[in-house]
Design a protein around this ligand. Structure first.
Ligand SMILES: [Zn+2]
Length: 340
């Protein structure tokens, strides 16, 4: 009885292995049956919106198949880190932004999700030429991930740089349209809403796809009405645990010293920096090495679902940019050779 069962099991295993080998041999690269990440990596250049959609989660998605073939190596985007001593990412957390949770002990103390020695890297006010690409390079060299809070206006000035941020697998939220203080005396609820929504629509416009429902108030100035509004929009609010004060720093070294001194005292936290600032871009390679040397670990935060931008703000922004809606389409989708 046992040997008959063994025989049956063996033939099932053999059939599965054969099926696996057949699948790998027969399936052309990028076929609909292949895992999505591989298809995305091998497909011909996609139109901008689709490319952004695929590019963002690519690094984070485990490539799994129903038939794991032991002998055939499957390309693993995760192992693409060329630096064996990289800081890397120790843990990936997915954030359900329903109801607008707040993060960062400077203002929100309910959600204490970081363990001792864990940090989250965040960058505000970009995208900006030279500085944002330098920040991206430093992060890529250490195979680590961050959260970016771009200013809407800057996103419309430099959409190609913001696309690089998303394509590198970082989370992209928003930081208002024009970086006004939403908690000032002159601010009305309608103006605050306009700043928030237009900011998201601008980032969406730049990326070609919806960003994460992550928001940071300019100057960390939050008022109760705006906080309540973000709650109704299911947008998470990011304050910080640790301000680098990099916008005040006179040198890159000063930023490294400020962050490491605060971190060694506090032990963990969400670190606020600015990819807009030249000194921050200069400080980052050293800072990331110091984090690694100090035993700190990076936690990557990503959203469970993208933000739902409001159509009226999307449309108003397109009009304001004086661009036809078709302006974003790749030439191949507008002009096709039908006879030659
Ligand atoms: Zn800012």
């Amino acid at each position: 009885m046992r040997s008959a069962l063994g025989l049956m099991l063996a033939s099932v295993v053999a059939a599965v292995l054969i099926a696996g080998v057949w699948f790998l041999t027969v399936s052309p690269p990028g076929s609909p049956a292949a895992p999505q990440t591989i298809a995305a990596a091998q497909a011909a250049p996609l139109p901008a919106p689709a490319a952004a959609k695929f590019a963002q989660p690519r690094d984070d998605v485990e490539v799994t198949g129903t038939v794991p073939p032991p002998a055939a190596p499957v390309p693993q985007p995760k192992s693409s880190c060329a630096n064996p001593d990289a800081l890397g990412v120790a843990r990936v957390v997915e954030i359900d932004t329903t109801g607008g949770p707040g993060f960062g002990f400077e203002h929100f103390k309910q959600l204490d999700f970081l363990a001792d020695k864990e940090v989250v890297l965040t960058f505000d006010d970009g995208p900006w030429p030279a500085n944002t690409p330098a920040v991206l390079k430093a992060l890529a060299d250490e195979c680590t991930k961050a959260v970016f809070f771009p200013i809407g206006k800057h996103a419309t000035y430099h959409p190609e740089i913001l696309k690089q941020v998303a394509a590198a697998g970082h989370a992209v939220g928003a930081h208002t349209w024009s970086h006004v203080n939403l908690n000032s005396k002159k601010m009305t609820e309608q103006l605050a809403k306009d700043e928030i929504e237009k900011g998201y629509s601008a980032v969406r416009f730049a990326l070609g796809s919806a960003p994460s429902p992550f928001f940071r108030f300019p100057e960390l100035q939050h008022g109760p009405a705006a906080v309540a509004y973000l709650g109704t929009r299911d947008i998470a609010i990011f304050s910080c645990d640790l301000d680098s004060f990099d916008f005040r720093a006179k040198t890159a070294e000063q930023i490294v010293t400020t962050v490491m001194t605060k971190l060694d005292k506090q032990g963990k936290g969400i670190i606020l920096m600015h990819d807009f600032q030249k000194h921050t871009a200069e400080a980052l390679p050293t800072l990331l090495r110091r984090l690694k040397a100090g035993g700190y670990k990076v936690v990557q935060m990503r959203a469970k679902a993208p933000v739902q931008t409001l159509p009226e703000y999307d449309e108003a922004l397109v009009k304001e940019m004086k661009l036809p809606a078709a302006g974003n389409r790749p030439v191949g989708s507008v002009v096709q050779t039908v006879a030659q």
